[in-house]
Design a protein. Structure first.
Length: 154
């Protein structure tokens, strides 16, 4: 995080505007969907994020796996139609930037899946969750006796 972000986060009043950027990806999409919770579009690192009203609710401090609640205004039915067409959950990347410096990504959370989606005429809600963090592979190699013989023989 930049010094400006930390300073603005800790001040009682600040002139800085914190923006949340959402990147929605799915194999069935021709192009990714880029949204910003702002009233005008924002260009961040050469990517244009379109204005769309949404809100994020951070998780509670409990022992369950953390999940962020996402509430998107259903003002334009086209986004709901796209989400309904997905056969499996889309992947979401959440980024936080300052409006004064949108090219500097202050916080980024990736590998989120949009699950438990519900909707009505006004809103689309869902949970942004990390998809099985315990079962994810973290190494490119498998520890076997051929590649890592020193682990198995004394």
């Amino acid at each position: 995080m930049t010094n400006e972000f930390i300073k603005a986060s800790n001040e009682v009043e600040t002139g800085e505007i914190f923006l949340a950027l959402l990147e929605i990806t799915h194999p069935s999409l021709a192009t990714n969907i880029y949204l910003v919770n702002n009233n005008t579009s924002i260009t961040s690192n050469s990517v244009v994020f379109e204005p769309y009203p949404f809100a994020l609710s951070l998780p509670n401090d409990d022992e369950a796996l953390p999940q962020v609640q996402l509430r998107i205004d259903n003002v334009d039915r086209s986004l709901m139609e796209v989400i309904r067409a997905f056969s499996n959950p889309p992947e979401i990347v959440l980024k936080i930037v300052l409006a004064s410096n949108p090219n500097e990504i202050e916080i980024e959370v990736s590998h989120l899946k949009l699950r438990n989606v519900t909707y009505n005429a006004q809103t689309i809600t869902g949970a942004l969750v990390v998809d099985n963090p315990i079962g994810r592979n973290f190494t490119a190699d498998e520890m076997d006796t051929i590649q890592y013989s020193g682990l198995f023989y004394a």
